[in-house]
Write a protein that binds this ligand. Structure first.
Ligand SMILES: *Cc1c(COP(=O)(O)O)cnc(C)c1O
Length: 303
């Protein structure tokens, strides 16, 4: 038997969880797939797409694939998305704006007030995509999900995934929340069976597993503390993170440090983004994994 095309059980559960209608939810084969679908639907030759230039790379890749024009906006000094500059960059050709909140790779967030005043400046012809892949790790009251807003407004989309807090990256399930018309159009261009039965069953089960989510959050919070303490002792500059990784600046070449750590069996993400100081993005693991990573980092930095 083929899988349920529209992931009915999962969609109904998600709608109930978020207090929205099933027709406002679209599940697909991970957010990477959903970002491509958004591009297929909305980007035509010459359409401009605004995003942070230290943000999730798929936004620019998708834009180029669809013949659009990527408009990367420099980060603020605190390595946050500069929503004021986003608004100033909007033109008649702007079709999509990606607000990754919390942002990957910096872990920084945009607070509720800044997001709300930004949304007021966005004209109807531009669609704002709030990528909330790391929503569950946010560690402050001064943050609001735009999921409820996305269900209501014509030109707002919110993205969530099972790859991060639920630990199901290998299973490939992500979803979008938007108004019913946008979801209907997406379903027309999406292939019929992008989410296999096993993935659908796994995601439904994950939604009921609060104990796992709590443990995930706890391990993450402990990891954050472990790294910030170590970086403090090492005199390294890092940015306040609300994700399951941390962005830390280094004086050495990030790719050299990456290669040295790789030899010790530790894989981190070197960040050599033009215009910014070299940095590493390090994901949080278990206490032992974090300790091993810190040891490998110290060794690589003093090599
Ligand atoms: C991991 C990630 C994604 C992709 O998620 P998948 O559902 O695994 O494809 C999308 N956006 C951001 C910001 C991410 O970090």
């Amino acid at each position: 038997m083929y899988p349920e095309s529209q992931c009915v059980e999962l969609v109904n559960k998600l709608a109930a969880l978020h207090g929205i209608k099933p027709a406002q939810v679209l599940v697909s084969n991970g957010l990477d797939n959903i970002i491509t679908l958004i591009g297929m639907l909305l980007i035509e030759e010459g359409a401009e797409v605004i995003y942070g230039d230290a943000s999730f790379p798929m936004y620019a890749i998708m834009t180029l694939k669809m013949g659009g024009v990527p408009v990367g906006i420099p980060m603020t000094e605190r390595m946050e998305l500069d929503l004021g500059a986003f608004a100033a960059a909007i033109t008649e050709k702007t079709k999509l704006i990606f607000v990754c909140n919390p942002n990957n790779p910096t872990g920084t967030i945009k607070k509720t007030g800044e997001v709300e005043s930004f949304l007021k400046k966005v004209p109807d012809h531009a669609v704002v995509v709030f990528d909330e892949a790391y929503f569950d790790y946010v560690d402050t009251d001064d943050y609001s999900s735009m999921l409820g807003v996305a269900a209501q407004r014509e030109n707002v989309i919110a993205l969530r995934t099972f790859s991060k807090i639920y630990g199901l990256a290998g299973v490939r399930v992500g979803y979008l929340v938007a108004n019913e018309e946008l979801v209907r159009m997406m379903l027309k261009i999406r292939e019929p069976f992008p989410v296999n039965r096993i993935a659908q069953a796994g995601a439904v089960a994950a939604l009921g597993d609060n104990e796992f989510v709590e443990r995930s959050r706890k391990v993450n919070a402990d990891g954050k503390q472990q790294y910030t303490r170590a970086f403090g002792e090492m005199g390294l500059k890092y940015y306040e993170t609300h994700a399951n990784f941390i962005y830390v600046e280094i004086d050495k070449s990030p790719s050299d440090v990456f290669n040295l750590m790789l030899r010790d069996g530790v894989i981190i993400r070197p960040q050599a983004i033009p215009g910014y100081k070299g940095a590493l993005r390090i994901s949080f693991g278990t206490r032992e994994e974090n300790e091993r990573t810190i040891v490998a980092l110290k060794k690589a930095l003093s090599a």
